[in-house]
Design a protein around this ligand. Structure first.
Ligand code: PMV
Length: 351
């Protein structure tokens, strides 16, 4: 499979190249947790693509020995160097022309740097879009979104779900034709109109660095006592969730989405060593959401990433009522009352 992404087209090198792309973050509904090989997922996942939380990356390439510089708003960020270095090494055999260029990479996130929102998905997706854009310019071959997603995956697993489409499925799934462990596929066509402008308000409970990185968390699924059952469950949940997305069945959507979030954290709590990324405020918010849903019958639910922040998901028609819930009850649990209003988006775009 990987072989399909090796470049076979002739490359005509140019003196210099420049491009700029933006790519969004994404929020998984069925979670990817556990991997093997080079960022191959232990189970399939599906996510909503976000819109407001984005990374904007510009890259200038000049012909010469391979090297790169990386900056954030023009200021060097040495802490990003190892990740980008590893990325270029991993993609080298698929994009051999990169050996002939020095890359000047500048990046910017639309969300605050210290918001506890991982920028790895949006940043690796944006950088991969720039690389494929260059490749298309050098070969004359149209943009290959599957290869973009494939490269992004080599940078950071979930980044492969941030390139194309409002809902993206990644990982081999028996009920999904064309699904692959190597890249994400656009499943926007599944979405019932109710999901097309779904809202995601990200309640910033903890803006700090995660105490346990997702790399370590994924590794702890190797030999995890519940791993086999969890991976099977993800397959089943994906089948059920796909049907709910198609039918606009919010009750099933809520059941699967919340259960997946809690299962992800349950896996962390039952790993060895075990760890907890939720904070007391995370649980308070969950209780408030459940009480609000029971009282109002408004279909608002939550999901969690590998952190304490809570993603509040709801149809846009309930924006006002949920806004009141946030301002009256939920923002007190957020750090400095901060939250980010986002919604479902469509993927990476050239700027
Ligand atoms: O892409 P990574 O290695 O940062 O892992 C992301 C894992 C979760 O965000 C917890 C779940 C997911 O599917 O995005």
């Amino acid at each position: 499979m990987e072989e399909n992404f090796k470049l076979t087209n002739a490359v005509e090198l140019k003196e210099s190249l420049a491009t700029k792309w933006q790519a969004p973050s994404n929020i998984a509904l069925v979670k990817y947790w556990g991997k093997h090989g080079l960022q191959l997922p232990a189970n399939p996942s599906i996510s909503f693509t976000l819109d407001a939380c984005r990374t904007i990356t510009s890259v200038k390439a000049s012909q010469g020995k391979h090297s790169f510089s990386i900056s954030y708003d023009g200021e060097a960020i040495p802490e990003f160097v190892p990740k980008i270095e590893a990325y270029f090494k991993r993609i080298a055999s698929y994009c051999p022309w990169i050996a002939n260029y020095h890359f000047e990479i500048d990046t910017h996130n639309t969300f605050p740097h210290s918001s506890g929102i991982a920028s790895s998905a949006s940043s690796m997706a944006a950088l991969s879009a720039c690389v494929i854009d260059f490749e298309s310019e050098l070969t004359g071959v149209p943009l290959d979104y599957h290869k973009m997603s494939f490269l992004a995956r080599l940078g950071s697993g979930s980044a492969c779900r941030s390139l194309q489409g409002a809902a993206v499925l990644w990982g081999e799934h028996k009920d999904t034709e064309g699904s692959s462990n190597h890249y994400g596929i656009d499943k926007s066509e599944l979405l019932h109109p109710i999901f097309k402008d779904f809202q995601d308000t990200i309640l910033l409970v903890d803006k700090g660095e995660k105490v346990v990185s997702s790399t370590i968390g994924h590794d702890l699924m190797n030999g995890h006592a519940f791993a086999k059952a969890r991976f099977e469950q993800a397959h089943e949940n994906l089948t059920t969730l796909k049907k709910a997305l198609e039918k606009g069945d919010l009750e099933t959507f809520i059941k699967i989405t919340e259960s997946e979030a809690l299962t992800l954290h349950a896996m962390m709590m039952t790993s060895h060593p075990y760890f907890i990324l939720m904070k007391p405020q995370t649980l308070s918010i969950i209780e408030e959401i459940w009480a609000f849903r029971k009282e109002t019958q408004i279909p608002v639910c939550f999901t969690l990433d590998a952190g304490a922040n809570v993603h509040l998901l709801y149809p846009s028609e309930h924006k006002i009522a949920v806004g009141e819930l946030i301002n009256n009850k939920l923002d007190q649990y957020c750090q400095n009352s901060h939250y980010i209003c986002d919604q479902i988006g469509t993927g990476a775009k050239k700027c």
